[in-house]
Design a protein around this ligand. Structure first.
Ligand code: G3I
Length: 302
């Protein structure tokens, strides 16, 4: 196959990208995105600050722009993200305790109800673990009680039973890291107690401080063995090594429950890291980089 999405589909997987509503008027961008990818994540437009700028007043203008572009072009959509310490609107940042807990529940219900039946998988909770030590990150949500994550997942299941429900985080790619083990233990506990969780999102932002490690395949296999899907949700590799990109793809392909890969942007100039990082599959002129070819070849089984 000659595109990423079609090549991934040969094994029943998807290949996605983050899409920014503000770039949908750029035809060079949309041409590549439409041709290559069959899953879309809104880069910012479905986040808490975007969708509920004032408490109880939801705004889906930009989220719907991304959603409609995707669906009109035959793509599925991942939802990102419902409960997160970051990109909270000011009114939410000012809340605590039971009122914050209720606001979280109301937010999940409001957004999931709008997109009910339309989203392949939601990142219900994003980045709840601390960068070191293996425990929870301190945040206003965490201070509402340790059960906030399972409350978010139970709320989400009731709001849209058709969506897969994911826990999504960065630096949980290296199996030996305490953060990975912390998330693994949470997922194992959720499965044991019947807390509804369907998938783990490995963001997979690889750079010199958190490089790709060959134990990545062990991480994917270990989460999958708990009975959840694994999705690579925000892949980018600083420097854009073609070899590392191929390794990531091959590690996903080696695990049946690794169901898809999303890169976090289309061209290097679209990356949150800035184009100097050259972390994506297309250069700023829209040309395919060596990493593109190595990903396509890996997806095609070679
Ligand atoms: O839209 C405003 C614009 O109106 C304003 O003039 C400008 C001035 O700073 O800011 C614009 O918003 C920025 C937004 O991106 C859209 O470009 C925000 O400042 C900026 O903080 C925001 O960054 C996003 C970041 O999440 C915020 O946490 C990145 O685009 C986005 O790629 C990044 O994505 C995250 C995932 O959601 C979670 N995992 C990590 C990943 C990378 O940080």
């Amino acid at each position: 196959e000659s595109t990423l999405g079609a090549a991934a589909a040969q094994s029943g997987r998807y290949f996605g990208t983050a899409i920014a509503a503000g770039r949908l008027g750029d035809s060079a961008y949309t041409t590549i995105a439409n041709r290559e990818f069959n899953m879309v994540t809104a880069e910012n437009e479905m986040k808490i600050d975007a969708t509920e700028p004032n408490r109880g007043q939801f705004n889906f203008t930009n989220g719907d722009r991304v959603y409609n572009w995707a669906v009109q072009n035959g793509k599925r959509v991942r939802g990102h993200t419902l409960a997160w310490h970051s990109q909270q609107p000011g009114w939410m940042q000012a809340l605590s305790g039971s009122s914050l807990r209720q606001a979280m529940i109301d937010h999940i219900n409001g957004v999931m109800n709008h997109y009910k039946g339309k989203i392949y998988a939601w990142d219900v909770v994003n980045e709840a673990y601390a960068d070191s030590g293996g425990g929870r990150r301190d945040s206003n949500l965490q201070r509402t009680g340790n059960d906030w994550i399972e409350v978010a997942f139970r709320t989400a299941r009731a709001a849209d039973p058709a969506a897969k429900l994911c826990y999504n985080d960065y630096n949980i790619d290296n199996w030996t890291w305490a953060k990975t083990q912390g998330v693994y233990n949470m997922v194992r506990d959720f499965k044991a107690r019947g807390v509804p969780i369907d998938c783990v999102g490995l963001q997979s932002h690889f750079n010199s401080n958190s490089p790709y490690n060959s134990n990545y395949r062990t991480t994917i296999q270990s989460f999958a063995a708990l009975g959840v899907d694994v999705q690579i949700t925000e892949l980018d590799i600083q420097g854009g090594s073609a070899t590392t990109y191929a390794n990531v793809v091959n590690d996903c392909l080696a695990v049946p429950r690794c169901t898809g890969i999303t890169v976090w942007g289309v061209r290097d100039t679209d990356s949150w890291l800035g184009s100097g990082a050259a972390p994506l599959l297309f250069d700023g002129n829209g040309n395919k980089k060596p990493a593109y070819t190595s990903v396509l070849n890996a997806l095609n089984g070679g």
